[in-house]
Design a protein around this ligand. Structure first.
Ligand code: OXD
Ligand code: MN
Length: 598
């Protein structure tokens, strides 16, 4: 029998489920988290004693800790992630599927006794503001104190969640065990019809913090379709003009493609009086408000961001935010008790301890920090946090922005002709893969709405849901595609990116107010260079033209690949998206035959 702290709840559904899971996992102890500061300090001290965390130098980086993961466990394992809906069709061609009964049985064998000698932490949490109609309660049972301390940053954790839950049965049931951290026995499995997630064999954030990708995206996409809202892999920002006008923009970009940097952008000097403030950098839930607009919240309470490349040029606000209260995972350690990563400001240190714990010397062929090393930090550390992040009703969205990493074809910015065309552009979006998922880096894959790893049901049906949402909106946001990553013939990026992306955001802002001009191309609206703020831009107008170019030959290829993609998704792809493909194809052919530069 496990020893247990007293359950701080009478909720019979919760108590009996914890009991049932404990009988299977057989922990030595059960600990109910209440979320206080005293508890954080105590669990942190335990994690330090157990060698799970290392305290960083308190003067250089107050209240900050370092964690090194198992080297086989450094990114999301999409090939081991399953959505086990009752039928395979519901899960669709973009998810792994096994019949749910069979999967529960398979996993029960792995969980049997997996927590022997360990503590099972019961972690109640809320995604969203406690008093928000958007909020969801989840309970994660985990044997990882690292997971507990990360969830405490990423969600509202402890008593607050039990208070919100009361005696209700309506909570997500998440079971997580690192077990032997064996990649051949690693599974991240969703049972949306049971509001249940079982994850075993990994301690990595996206696989193990079940509140994040698993609940707030995979389970939530499934529920949001049934309930008429959207759960998206997006950042969320507030843009304010010098005259005080405000627009809220949400943006879907694949993992490690700059969502955090965009949400924290500092405009270049020429944008006097403009201000960008952050609401979120990874997940957005959107509902239709009474005024027919789309309202968005960030359900998270922290940032779990990619560290390498962060510096005072790419993201000055993030650098300030990471000064304290941060858990760093898989970066490098300096000899004076601080952290280092590739792309950090200042000279490269002569000697470090790398992310695998080995001595590292300057000039080494291997990076000192893992390319997917991460920070976990509270939202409130962001010096440019938008106050509206605390509004339980959310903020009205003026524009949705989508973008991947594309060396060719996709212009710097493209505005869709209408909602259905925007859904088409986002649904066929492609991106070159990054280190945020295991597997090859730099391979082009279609990533609809940047949400392919996270849509917990059939993709064609998801497109249909997006179209229906548009039809229900009295004032739908405008939809834009952007590409910060286009390359020239020399293989170098043509657009400088980072803070300079403000030039694109301003055009989008002005389009939302019907102020900025645009040029019609066969595939959507783009700015001319004269429609963009060009003063102070550190590249020539020719480079901007190259970034904006819509090339008929490239688009012919692109549309051919879209057709294959839609065929792969199968018969549930809505007719109107197939019609969009026909229209674009015809328009591109006309432009090609007219031998004009479209
Ligand atoms: C993330 C991811 O961690 O998308 O946000 O992988
Ligand atoms: Mn993400």
């Amino acid at each position: 029998m496990a020893t247990a702290t007293l359950a701080p709840t009478q909720n019979p559904h919760l108590i009996s489920w914890v009991d049932e899971m404990a009988q299977m996992c057989k922990p030595d102890r059960i600990y109910w988290c209440e979320g206080s500061e005293e508890e954080r300090a105590r669990l942190t001290a335990e994690a330090i004693d157990a060698g799970v965390l290392l305290k960083l130098d308190g003067k250089k980086r107050p209240n900050s800790y370092y964690h090194r993961s198992n080297p086989n466990d450094v990114a999301r394992s999409e090939e081991l992630t399953f959505v086990c809906t009752p039928t395979e069709e519901e899960s669709g061609p973009t998810n792994n599927w096994v019949e749910p009964g069979e999967m529960y049985r398979r996993l029960a064998r792995l969980y049997d006794g997996a927590m022997r000698g360990r503590t099972m932490y019961v972690v109640p949490y809320i995604m969203g503001q406690p008093e928000s109609p958007f909020a969801k309660v989840g309970i994660e049972l985990t044997d990882s104190v690292y997971v507990v301390l990360n969830i405490r940053i990423m969600a509202r954790m402890g008593k607050v969640a039990l208070d919100r839950l009361g005696a209700s049965d309506d909570f997500n049931r998440g079971l997580h065990s690192v077990a032997d951290c064996d990649p051949t026995e690693r599974f991240i499995v969703h049972f949306p019809q049971d509001n249940t997630i079982w994850s075993v064999g990994s301690g990595y954030g996206g696989n193990a913090l079940l509140n994040k990708k698993c609940l707030a995206l995979r389970i939530s996409t499934y529920q949001s379709r049934q309930e008429g809202w959207l759960a998206e892999h997006m950042m969320l920002l507030e843009a304010t003009s010098p005259s005080g006008e405000v627009h809220y923009l949400a943006g879907g970009f694949p993992s490690a493609c700059g969502k955090t940097n965009l949400a924290m952008l500092i405009p270049p000097d020429v944008f006097t009086g403009w201000r960008i403030r952050t609401l979120g950098d990874d997940i957005v839930w959107m509902r239709i408000g009474e005024d027919g607009r789309l309202y968005a919240v960030n359900p998270e309470a922290g940032f779990f961001g990619v560290v390498p490349g962060t510096n005072s040029h790419t993201n000055p606000n993030a650098m300030r935010m990471l000064d304290r209260d941060t858990i760093f995972t898989n970066v490098a350690l300096t000899q004076d008790g601080d952290v280092w990563w590739e792309g950090k400001d200042g000279p490269v240190p002569e000697r470090l301890i790398d992310w695998k714990g080995r001595p590292w010397a300057k000039g080494s062929a291997e990076p000192a920090a893992h390319p997917n090393s991460r920070f976990t930090v509270p939202l409130s550390n962001n010096p440019a946090l938008a106050p509206a992040v605390n509004d339980p009703r959310g903020v009205p969205i003026s524009a949705l922005i989508f973008g991947g990493r594309r060396a060719t074809t996709i212009p710097l910015v493209l505005e869709s002709f209408n909602w259905a065309h925007g859904v088409y552009l986002a649904g066929t979006m492609g991106s070159e893969t990054t280190a945020a998922k295991t597997g090859a880096v730099g391979v082009l894959r279609r990533d609809p709405m940047a949400n392919i790893p996270f849509v917990g049901y059939d993709m064609g049906t998801y497109f249909g849901h997006w179209l229906e949402m548009g039809a229900r909106l009295a004032r739908p946001p405008r939809i834009f595609l952007v590409n910060w990553f286009r390359k020239g013939d020399d293989g170098k990026f043509v657009w400088p990116g980072y803070g300079e992306n403000m030039r694109v955001l301003k055009w989008i802002f002005d389009r939302c107010d019907g102020r900025a001009a645009a040029k019609e191309t066969p595939v959507g609206w783009t700015p001319r260079t004269s429609d963009l703020e060009m003063r102070g831009l550190p590249v020539q107008a020719g480079a901007v033209e190259a970034a904006l170019r819509v090339d008929a030959a490239e688009w012919r290829e692109e549309l051919r690949s879209h057709a294959e993609w839609l065929d792969h998704l199968g018969p549930t792809v809505p007719r109107s998206l197939r019609a969009q493909l026909e229209l674009l194809d015809a328009a591109v052919e006309t432009a090609a035959h007219a031998r004009i530069d479209p």
